[in-house]
Design a binder for this molecule. Sequence first.
Ligand SMILES: Cc1ncc(COP(=O)(O)O)c(C=O)c1O
Length: 417
Amino acid sequence: MSDTAARPGARERTVPTPGTPTHEHVSLAEEWVASNYHPLPVVLSHAEGAWVTDVEGRRYLDMLAGYSALNFGHLHPVLVEAARDQLERLTLTSRAFHSDRLGPFCRDLARLADKDLVLPMNTGAEAVETAIKTVRRWGYEVKGVPDGQARIVVMAGNFHGRTTTIISFSDDPVAHDHYGPYTPGFDTVPFGDIEALDAVITDDTVAVLLEPIQGEGGVILPPDGWLRDVRELTRRRNVLMVADEIQSGLGRTGTTFACDVEGVVPDVYVLGKALGGGIVPVSAVVANRDVLGVFTPGSHGSTFGGNPLAAAVGQAVVGLLATGEFQQRARRLGALLESGLRELVGHGVVAVRCRGLWAGVDFDPQLLTGREASHRLLERGVLVKDTHGSTVRIAPPLVIGEMEIQLFLDAFAAILR
Ligand SMILES: Cc1ncc(COP(=O)(O)O)c(C=O)c1O
């Protein structure tokens, strides 16, 4: 069912009303939304915890969790309460004035990361851009690299966002092609290859930018010890280690940060996604004063960065993480997920990579593409998303329960039969 909203002088438009079936919503989106995504044909209208409901009243288990932006599940009561309370008090000041929310949020986040300073932004890509600006400025002002010469080492298969500079060093042609001219100053080495990294560093290298686990790439884990080797190498060569923990961080891997698994502390954390609790975009660069102290008033900024609503939700997120409960859940339930998925290897699954409640599963490409698997799971009431080719990424909200993991594993086994 739909009705037509007629506004004088306006183009006739169709507005969905409650009860509008899936295909009408999909047609409307196909008509009016730029097609930079290829969503599965499900139209969601409600959610709670690990479950979402579509416009026709069907429930689905959310095994994607907004690409880890929903680590605490949909509508976590503590986060909703923080947002609601803030919505009724103050939502935006710009950074022209202080708010009573920003200091407490940044203090708590800095303490969680055991660093001195936080630079708040909104989206993940903005935080990565901020990190790039941070390390270049550090290179010129602290390390003494000649102006305009700074180089940053990045990893093959990286995904750090969609801005022009970031896609300049992406090797995914779909993300990269036809957006030139590209930003120079990046050197790419294979992910997990410490010798290649050592060989590419020069006196002009200011930073190594890496994802501790490549999420978008298909939950690719580096070889054991690599993060520690990078830490040692970057320290020895006077190069900053920047960990993009936008997807891997904030509890997903069973530790607060994925770097914690190897006891590694990078110079710079880049955070986003779950920092906004799935409610508002909140991202941040977190580092010590000797690095983030390079900014001066006017040298960087964002109208919405660190706004009171974002800060209130972000501080509540940090509060949830400070209990350690979610990290522990990710470890315990992740072990269950991993053992269930491993049983499917040889039965249509060729590889499983797991860390905490995060898994990349490769299907036998003769049997199934990731997209086909996502469709089949959708029919069985489970939402996942393909990454590349025959791979799906599984990242449930950390509030998921044992029974729900089992339900997912049963559905997953069923699509392979
Ligand atoms: C590791 C990593 N960095 C950066 C980003 C970009 O974040 P956003 O989409 O919020 O700009 C993503 C998004 O998937 C990501 O996974």
